[in-house]
Design a protein. Structure first.
Length: 94
């Protein structure tokens, strides 16, 4: 194989691995949350809480609440009510 062709194939495979393949597998390359809700959301409005751990895609833990309305909001993990809610939910799961 031609050295230029080999180099082109290696570069292309690297780019696909770093962008296309990762995106294709559904792995996010950035934080889901941009804005965080600090105000208390009525607990009866929340149907599900997703905790997304920090990783290479995002340097912070993300807390995403799914509401009965179908909307999703990002909660501020430092807000006292969010801490209590998560603690209470984790006790109920045990």
């Amino acid at each position: 194989m031609n050295p230029r062709c080999l180099l082109a194939v290696l570069c292309l495979s690297f780019l696909l691995t770093e962008t296309g393949a990762v995106i294709g597998m559904g792995v996010p390359l950035h934080c889901h949350c941009i804005n965080y809700e600090r105000r208390m959301v009525p607990l009866k409005m929340i149907t599900k809480i997703d905790l997304i751990p920090r990783g290479s895609h995002c340097s912070i833990v993300q807390v995403i609440a799914k509401l009965k309305s179908g909307d999703q909001i990002c909660l501020n993990l430092r807000a006292p009510w969010v801490k209590k809610f998560i603690k209470k939910r984790s006790k109920n799961l045990q």
